[in-house]
Ligand binder design. Structure first.
Ligand SMILES: Nc1nc2c(ncn2[C@@H]2O[C@H](COP(=O)(O)OP(=O)(O)OP(=O)(O)O)[C@@H](O)[C@H]2O)c(=O)[nH]1
Ligand SMILES: [Mg+2]
Length: 254
């Protein structure tokens, strides 16, 4: 990202432009194998001004300890939030976003720990943020895609599910359940984080709707979704039910 980006904090004339502070927010539950790898891959992008917020829900596989070890080894780069029990992805993101704002982030990147969201896309998403408030990584536009190993059934379920959510909830972006996004600080301040109630993948759609209703300038950036590199998915029937119960009423709520 160019240091003279419009997202950079204001500087006095003659003073070198400040590099925007970019916080990557990653929720983790049992991501011991993935967390060090995703950290490494993000660092390989050589993005200046990076910090990390890890929100771990007392993962039984020791992810929280791994996050603490990374934090000790890279002083000043990590903030690890330890929560005593698994409270869901939505609550973890809200806690992580608030912490990023507290840390003075100018830009916040939302992504999963499981390498489904390719770190190599972050620099281009940051570039797109120069004239937008939010950039959403999307699987369902030219240049994007899903994992080649996905069966036809899973592809259909995912694309029809997303199309259904767009129509029923009234969301314009092509991938409303995408968990790969970049926000300006002002965007997170405007959406009203405390108003977001969903917890599973419904959280992504609720957040998207809040961004659209706040009139934010939203860009979509295509990316190829990959199956999680290691570990187990947290997807469950309860999360799907929650999406139906939470998302449908949102259409009528203002
Ligand atoms: N802190 C916290 N993180 C969570 C929780 N549930 C999921 N996560 C994290 O949120 C991210 C997304 O979860 P996944 O299990 O990958 O869910 P998914 O991407 O919808 O499902 P898959 O495509 O099957 O991987 C991962 O980094 C998880 O570790 C939770 O209850 N608490
Ligand atoms: Mg995943």
């Amino acid at each position: 990202m160019r240091p003279d980006t419009p997202t950079a904090p204001e500087t006095d004339p003659g003073e070198a432009p400040k590099i925007p502070k970019i916080m990557i927010v990653i929720p983790t539950f049992n991501e011991a194998e993935n967390l060090p790898v995703v950290y490494q891959r993000i660092c390989e992008q050589n993005i200046p001004g990076l910090g990390f917020i890890i929100v771990d829900d007392n993962s039984p596989d020791g992810t929280g300890q791994i996050a603490d070890d990374l934090s000790d080894r890279h002083e000043g780069v990590f903030r690890v939030i330890h929560r005593p029990e698994k409270k869901g992805l939505g609550r973890a993101y809200v806690a992580g976003f608030k912490a990023a704002l507290e840390e003075g982030a100018d830009i916040v990147v939302e992504m999963d720990a499981d390498l489904s969201h390719p770190p190599k896309e972050i620099p281009r998403m940051l570039q797109a943020l120069e004239d937008h408030d939010v950039v959403v990584g999307t699987r369902y536009m030219a240049g994007g895609g899903v994992d080649p190993s996905w069966s036809l059934g899973r592809r259909l379920l995912s694309s029809l599910g997303n199309a259904g959510i767009r129509v029923l909830v009234g969301i314009a972006v092509t991938d409303p359940t995408s968990g790969f996004k970049v926000f300006r600080r002002s965007a997170l301040e405007q959406v009203g984080l405390d108003s977001l109630r969903s917890n599973g993948f419904a959280f992504q759609a609720e957040m998207m709707l809040a961004c659209e209703r706040a009139g934010l300038r939203i860009a979509e950036h295509p990316y190829s979704f990959r199956m999680r590199a290691a570990g187990d998915s947290k997807m469950s029937a309860g999360i799907v039910c929650e999406a139906i119960v939470r998302l449908l009423p949102l259409r009528f709520k203002h």
